[in-house]
Every structure is written in C-alpha cells, then in structure tokens.
Design a protein around this ligand. Structure first.
Ligand code: NDP
Ligand code: 8X3
Length: 256
C-alpha cells in the first residue's frame, strides 16, 4: 500500500496515479473530498487499482490520528509513505509577513508531515518500507521573500536526515525529493487565487511537470532493496537554484 498525502492535486495526484498504474494499492488523502472521490473512481476504472481515500487536514492532529486508525482496521502495512501535502502562503518580507500565513505553512509543511509520519510508522516498522518527503529547492537555498516557506522546507530536509538515522534499524528508507519550479496549483494557492499572478511565475520557460516528480519518486521506490537514494534535487532545464532561473529568451542556443 502506498499512502500519498495531498493527492487531490499536483505532484500527489500524479504520484498516486503512477503507483496505481503499476499495480500498487494506493491510499489517497487530502481535504477536498470531491477531488478524492473523482481520483478514486478514475484510478479504479483506468487501472483496476484498490484505492482507499482518507479525507483529513494534516494540521489537525486528531483528524490525522482518527483517519490513520481507521486505515489500520483495513490494512496491515503501508509500504510507501509519500509526505507531499504542503503549500506556500504569501510572498513577502519578514516585516510585512502575515502571521496567519506563517502558521498555515509551519502547521502544514512541518507539523502535518510529522503527525502523518508518526501515525503511519506503526504500519511500516514490522516489514520495513520507504518514506518520501517532498522538500523543495527552497530546502537548500532561501530566496527573497520566501523566508517562512523556505524555513519549513529546510525543516523537511532536516527531518528527512533525522528520520533516516532514527529509522535505520527498521529497514525504512527515507528519500527527500527537492523539486524546483513546477506548474501545479502551488502558485495559485500561494497568491490566494490570483490566477494571473500565479501563471506569470512560469512564463517564458518550461517548468517541471507534476509527472516528472511522480516518475522520479517511482524510480527511487523501485530500486533494488539494498539501494536508497537519500536526497535528490531536480529542476527544469532553465533553473539552476531556487535563486536563479532564466527565460528561454536568455538561452543562447535555443534554436540549435
Ligand atoms: P498543489 O497545490 O497542486 O497540491 C498541494 C496538495 O497538498 C493538495 O493535494 C492539497 O490538498 C494538499 N494539502 C495542502 N494543505 C493540506 C492540509 N492542510 N491537509 C491536507 N492536505 C493538504 O501543489 P504541489 O503539488 O505543487 O505541491 C506538493 C508539494 O510539493 C508541496 O509540499 C509543495 O511545497 C512542494 N513543492 C512544490 C513545488 C512547485 O513548484 N509546485 C516545488 C517544490 C516543492 P487539499 O487542498 O485537498 O487538502
Ligand atoms: C516551491 C518552489 O521556488 O516556487 O517549493 O517556491 S518555489
């Protein structure tokens, strides 16, 4: 069983799809129930997959406990956990930052990841397994106005390193995947529904696609048992770091 947090959109949705397509049972989670229902129907019809859906908010500790307790009544083990649910809220300097935005990011990206992991681990410790934590290029290098979002993703990096040590005796692999810019609902959420501002982020170059991240997670998950990719940063062709992305118009050999 592969449990994917934040499977209603973007990376999580494609990650759930690629595992279902390849014969894995999947557990899809998120807050938006209709999206979960649609995806469950789609995966069952397209791939004859076994799909369990769990609606909960990763920030709500009791909701997480209740949901995973319910899962424990249906299955004996989670083989792969993908901690993907996350978001950015706002983009501003520390002095102008919105404290509600800070709370949402810290509660979702850091505490939510911890709550889900803690509840799922009893389903993984007996047999071993694989945890994927979706960080970001922002886990490696901060960028202007990214302050709290970057801090939460640095925390994902630190927690991935810690989990790798703590879970070594259980044969649990921990892979942190750090993508650069990818067009999903991420910027729409960050800019609170401002579609024009969101799409402008990706104008002039081809960003990563959610399928690229899903392919990468699937690749890491299907390596031989003795091999673990610990930490992986991936960007589109025009991005070097979280601070440096160029437009196609800046490429010197674009038409060659
Ligand atoms: P999307 O906004 O498309 O998807 C985010 C997912 O997270 C949704 O399924 C959403 O589900 C879920 N989610 C958000 N908050 C909560 C919550 N409180 N409880 C449960 N689920 C929640 O964004 P992406 O697919 O791009 O983002 C996925 C991850 O990748 C995030 O951690 C993000 O930080 C990271 N990332 C994104 C990059 C990008 O450029 N797109 C680059 C690098 C990293 P729902 O709203 O239904 O609850
Ligand atoms: C998301 C990458 O640079 O758009 O983690 O904030 S960025």
């Amino acid at each position: 069983m592969v449990l994917v947090s934040g499977a209603t959109s973007g990376f999580g949705k494609e990650i759930a799809k690629i595992f279902a397509k390849n014969g894995y049972d999947v557990c899809i989670t998120g807050r938006r129930k209709e999206r979960l229902q649609e995806l469950k129907i789609e995966l069952e019809a397209a791939y004859k997959a076994k799909v369990i859906m769990l609606q909960f908010d990763v920030r709500n500790r009791q909701e997480v406990i209740t949901a995973i307790d319910g899962l424990k009544k249906q299955i004996n083990a989670v083989d792969i956990l993908v901690n993907n649910a996350g978001l950015a809220a706002g983009l501003s300097t520390i002095d102008e930052g919105d404290m509600d935005d800070w709370d949402v990011m810290i509660d979702t990206n850091v505490k939510g990841l911890l709550y889900v992991t803690k509840q799922v681990l009893p389903l993984m410790k007996e047999k071993g397994g694989h945890i994927f934590n979706i960080g970001s290029t922002a886990s490696k290098l901060v960028y202007k106005n990214g302050n709290v979002y970057c801090a939460t993703k640095f925390a994902v990096d630190a927690l991935s390193q810690s989990m790798r040590i703590d879970l070594l005796p259980y044969g649990i692999k921990v892979t942190a995947v750090h993508p650069g810019m990818a067009e999903t609902e991420f910027s729409l959420v960050r800019f609170k529904g401002d579609a024009e501002r969101a799409s402008a982020v990706y104008r002039g170059f081809e960003p990563l696609h959610p399928e690229d991240i899903a392919d990468t997670v699937y690749y890491c998950a299907t390596l031989p048992k003795h091999v673990c990719i610990n930490d992986l940063t991936m960007t589109c062709l025009n991005q070097a770091t979280s601070m440096y992305t160029i437009k196609d118009s800046e490429r010197v050999n674009l038409d060659k």
